[in-house]
Design a protein around this ligand. Structure first.
Ligand SMILES: [Ca+2]
Ligand SMILES: [Ca+2]
Ligand SMILES: [Ca+2]
Ligand SMILES: [Ca+2]
Length: 474
């Protein structure tokens, strides 16, 4: 690997400390180390650009005392053409004469010519250590200053490595969804068929059928979305176009049908308040790239916004505030070639794989394509932030493990053991058996916060594969 240095710390992409039982993937330059090593961390705003000379107004300091109200940065021959007044800048000053500068959403190495003057010497671009944008780095540094940064810098490589069991449900499942419907901390599973649904507790050795007890006998619909529609903390259910309110004891059909586009035209549907009235709204992403907002509780369409037009068709998409740099509502969209995060409020430009996870040595979807066939949100490490598995055609698949601050670690082959040609194929049933209509969902079946994997096959096997956490690494 081509090791380089920021503040005297080698930069070489991701290191994989291999080993079968305990393997971790970690960034080689931890931002916490960079913060600790810096003598000063200056945060500023580009005030003026004159040729290659920048004046940066120092707006705050995340470490050390600012050398003055402004600093000068000479772009030199590595000039960033897109540097413009108003942009944020972060300068980490080393203890020797080195500095690292984040500007125009990229890393640069620099020489400290004087306490108030820096000269860029080399571009490092979008690194794996910190692939995010400059404004986000400023926030991370300020969070380090007050000791409240939660920024993941190493992840477990082996996931969903626990035992499995095979339970019996009906054949030909049309949908699979999960939620903790009874508030006991364990997720139940909803399996939909052509003309009915089945609500199941799958935590034990056999399916405990809750369908009738929970008021869903006779209910059916082509699409299920769990979400808290009335803000009482209990997940309600949008089944087809009908709401079923979770009263605590059971689900009860409520209100008339919601006029949504057909399930087949929807890439993703979610509940969140995006109108700002503290009442949940329905968000619908269409295959065309349009996002529609239906304001609750009347579910009237109040806005439509185009996120993209044309291009490769999307295979999967999922809404979450967990994807964003600042908890803004985002949608992750996967095509065969790329994973792209869109912020619904347009607060940042669309972010592709490189901006999400950095320029990976192991895998370059921009060049190679993802060969993605499926994607699924899952909290793989029990930290409350959703991670994202992308299943590739016969090649395992990358997992984007959420580091916080809108960045991810690329676990390049996390889904390998799902795959007919993958490692660890073992005896577990989806191996070699799943088809394009097999349903997958993440569910915290055992209530330990680590989402397990639930798979419903065409012939009616419901496979529960435990995501038993590995012991902490020393
Ligand atoms: Ca439950
Ligand atoms: Ca509710
Ligand atoms: Ca609202
Ligand atoms: Ca997580």
């Amino acid at each position: 690997m081509n090791a380089r240095r920021l503040l005297g710390i080698a930069v070489a992409g991701v290191l994989l400390a291999a080993g079968s039982a305990q393997a971790i993937i970690k960034v080689d330059v931890r931002m916490s180390d960079l913060y600790a090593k810096a003598s000063q961390v200056l945060i500023g705003q580009v005030a003026a650009v004159k040729g290659t000379a920048l004046t940066v107004k120092v707006t705050s300091s995340a470490k050390g005392s600012p050398p003055g109200p402004a600093i000068q940065v000479d772009l030199g021959s590595v000039a960033a053409a897109d540097v413009a007044p108003g942009q944020p800048a972060v300068v980490l000053v080393g203890r020797a004469k080195g500095a690292a500068v984040h500007l125009a959403d990229r890393w640069f190495q620099a020489d400290a010519v004087s306490p108030t003057s820096f000269r860029l010497t080399r571009e490092e671009g979008v690194t794996v250590s910190f692939p995010g944008r400059t404004a986000t780095l400023a926030r991370l540094m300020l969070d380090y200053q007050v000791g409240k940064a939660h920024f993941l810098q190493a992840v477990e490589h082996n996931v969903i490595g626990g035992g499995f069991k095979v339970l019996k449900v009906g054949p030909a499942p049309a949908l699979l969804a999960s939620a903790d419907v009874n508030g006991d901390g364990k997720d139940e599973v909803l399996i939909g068929y052509a003309d009915r649904v089945q609500l199941a507790d799958v935590s034990g050795d056999a399916v405990v059928d809750l369908t009738a007890a929970r008021g869903l006998a006779g209910a059916s619909g082509d699409g299920a979305v769990f979400g808290d529609a009335n803000g009482d903390g209990r997940p309600d259910l949008l089944l087809g176009s009908r709401w079923y309110e979770n009263t605590g004891a059971a689900f009860a059909a409520t209100g008339g049908p919601v006029a949504l586009p057909p399930v087949g035209e929807r890439l993703a549907t979610a509940l969140d308040d995006v109108t700002g009235d503290k009442k949940p709204d329905l968000l619908v992403l269409l295959a065309s790239g349009d996002v529609q907002v239906y304001a609750g509780p009347a579910w009237q369409k109040v806005s439509t916004k185009s996120l993209w037009q044309g291009g490769e068709p999307a295979i999967a998409a999922h809404f979450s505030r967990d994807w964003g740099a600042d908890r803004e509502m985002c949608v992750m969209v996967v095509t065969r070639r790329q994973a792209t995060r869109y912020a619904l409020d347009g607060s940042e430009p669309p972010a592709t794989f490189e901006r999400l996870a950095g320029r990976s040595e192991s895998y370059k979807p921009e060049a190679d394509g993802l060969a993605a066939v499926f994607a699924m949100p899952i909290d793989i490490n029990g930290d409350g932030l959703l991670d994202y598995i992308i299943l590739r055609e016969n090649q395992g698949g990358p997992m984007l493990v959420n580091r916080g601050y809108g960045m991810f670690m690329d676990n390049p082959d996390a889904a390998g053991h799902w795959q007919p040609s993958g490692r660890g194929r073992g005896p577990w049933p989806p191996y070699g058996r799943y088809t394009p209509t097999t349903k997958f969902v993440a569910a915290d079946v055992y209530g330990d916060k680590f989402d397990d994997l639930v798979v419903a096959t065409d012939k009616g096997d419901l496979v529960v594969k435990s995501n038993t956490p590995f012991p902490p690494h020393p």
